[in-house]
Design a protein around this ligand. Structure first.
Ligand code: GAR
Length: 218
């Protein structure tokens, strides 16, 4: 059988390496850090990166002793230059999987290809419903009675790409955007950690650089 090919396929066997990208508070990231710290999730967080200065996500990662970086979107004359700089910086950590955890930027198809399609995103709605930066607000405004969260392989669109896992969350009559988002995040954290765990042990197929999917553990 032909060996799976990918950026880190070589003879490497060890914990799955992830780079996590954040734009804000990084509470979902904190749950991942805690799961790793408590031995509940066998992945290596190679680095945490942000698209802006001063995020709590980066601050809490530094507090946890993790490698961090910022590729500031506003410091580049064009999106393409920012994207290229982000790609190189993330690639320098040789991740098996890149995780967008509240990273509020679209990356290019080149970025995703560079990481073999292994770009994971979490979203606070049941995709394909309510994509974008205001998934919780939009679901509430529409009046849905059930919403939830999605973990999926991201492509270069806005919250598009193959869905891996979803969890439903019931909307309460007195929910505000904040109260609903908090309950969704509780489900989202569990879902993200579960997907990372199943990926790490090969229970979930990951895109491989030959365009197929592979189920071997990292
Ligand atoms: C999460 O709910 C995540 O799904 C959402 O941002 C929040 C980040 O929270 N992402 C999107 O809306 C992407 N379209 P956190 O910074 O506290 O982890």
């Amino acid at each position: 059988m032909k060996a799976a090919e990918g950026p880190r396929d070589l003879a490497y066997r060890g914990p799955m390496r992830i780079v996590v990208l954040v734009s804000g508070t990084g509470s979902n990231l904190q749950a991942v850090i805690d799961a790793v710290t408590h031995g509940e999730l066998d992945v290596e967080i190679a680095a945490v990166g942000a698209d802006r200065e001063g995020t709590y996500g980066v601050e809490r990662s530094e507090d946890a002793g993790l490698e961090t970086f910022v590729v500031n979107f506003n410091s580049f004359p064009t999106r393409a230059e920012w994207d290229a700089a982000l790609t190189e910086r993330v690639a320098s950590y040789a991740p098996d999987v890149v995780v967008s955890s509240g990273f509020m930027r679209i990356v290019s198809a080149d970025f995703i290809e560079r990481f073999g399609g292994r770009y994971l995103n979490t979203h606070p709605a049941l995709l394909p419903a309510f994509p974008g930066a205001h998934g919780v607000r939009d679901a509430l405004a529409y009046g849905v009675k059930v919403t939830g969260c999605t973990v999926h392989w991201a492509d270069a669109g806005v919250d598009t790409g193959p869905i891996i896992a979803q969890e439903a969350v019931v909307v309460e009559a007195d929910d505000t955007e904040e109260s609903l988002h908090e309950r969704i995040k509780v489900a989202e954290r569990k879902l993200l950690i579960d997907v990372l765990r199943r990926l790490a042990v090969g229970e979930i197929a990951a895109p491989s650089s030959d365009g197929g999917m592979r189920t071997s553990a990292f």
